[in-house]
Ligand binder design. Structure first.
Ligand code: SF4
Length: 299
């Protein structure tokens, strides 16, 4: 039982005339030794936790001990001015709210990681609430997302410490984009195009958490990542293409991650984390720690 490339995944599904999600379902059963009923029950539980995380982030005051995270999701529920459609704003709100629940030590599903734990809850909640997508279809979309992550994990990385934020929020966004396209009736080509387009548009994103806390820019990036996922899904469903095959984009993601300086891999030494304001915040939060000064960046 293998799931090592998008081409192989498609070939397996087409040769047996089964949906993409069924290949992943069988992989799960085979790898984890679970029955089919156990896999579906697990997905049901995961979706419940995801929806709770969104709900909690939107209904309760959210502020982390550091103060870096403060009700970002709630602010997007009723913004005074709409730059994007009210529905699109809600998609961002759901994702940021779920990530805030994580930053405030609430229960989330780390899919694929805790840093990116708002993206899939935001997308699935949005599909259920605003597109009337059934729970069963969302579970199938989750399986497709799991297949996307399995391949990226093998060929690139899903960890910010290894491949930068493109690996975390980028992978989650790619999983979500695939799910959106699937849930809204797209075919295999469109699903894989959405993944390729998402990776293409998140390539090179660094991991630079302020004070080493998975809060800032993480919550904001969960919001922007669902925007990119939705854009990629929209492009794919409109018949647009990434031109570059999805398997090649995954290799490119791995190459970029490998070439990334360690400052940009969760060390909090570069990017946003190295700005003077972020350094001052870090000194306040960790007065004992010797932070590398912005004026003296590592080379
Ligand atoms: S900035 Fe780093 S810690 Fe934060 S979400 Fe991105 S990869 Fe995760």
């Amino acid at each position: 039982m293998r799931l090592e490339s998008f081409a192989q995944w498609r070939a397996e599904a087409e040769a047996r005339a089964i949906p993409l999600w069924q290949v992943v379902l069988e992989y799960e059963m085979h790898q984890k030794g679970r029955s089919e009923a156990e896999v579906w029950a697990g997905l049901e539980q995961v979706y419940a936790v995801m929806r709770d995380a969104v709900e909690m982030g939107l209904s309760e005051p959210r502020q982390t001990l550091s103060g870096l995270v403060r009700d970002s999701g709630k602010k997007l529920l009723h913004p005074p001015v709409h730059v994007i459609s009210p529905e699109f704003s809600l998609l961002l709100a759901y994702a940021m709210a779920a990530k805030e629940t994580n930053a405030c030590m609430g229960r989330v599903v780390a899919a694929p990681t805790a840093g990116a734990s708002g993206i899939l809850p935001g997308i699935y909640t949005f599909l259920g609430k605003h597109h009337g997508v059934s729970e069963r279809t969302i579970y199938e979309a989750m399986l497709i997302g799991a297949g996307v992550a399995l391949i990226i994990e093998q060929k690139a990385s899903i960890a910010g410490a290894v491949g930068g934020c493109q690996a975390e929020t980028g992978t989650a966004a790619a999983m979500g984009a695939a799910g959106i396209v699937y849930a809204l009736g797209g075919d295999t080509t469109q699903i894989f195009e959405a993944v390729a387009l998402t990776i293409m548009n998140m390539l090179g994103l660094i991991c630079d958490p302020v004070a080493g806390l998975v809060e800032l820019p993480c919550v904001k990036r969960n919001g922007s990542a669902v925007g990119i996922a939705a854009a990629a899904a929209q492009m794919a469903l409109a018949g647009d293409t990434a031109v570059i095959p999805v398997d090649e984009m995954v290799v490119a993601m791995g190459e970029v991650g490998a070439a990334m300086d360690t400052r940009f891999k969760e060390t909090a030494l570069g990017g946003t984390a190295a700005t003077p304001t972020a350094q001052a915040i870090a000194r306040k939060i960790w007065p004992e720690a010797s932070q590398i000064r912005y004026e003296d960046p590592p080379v």
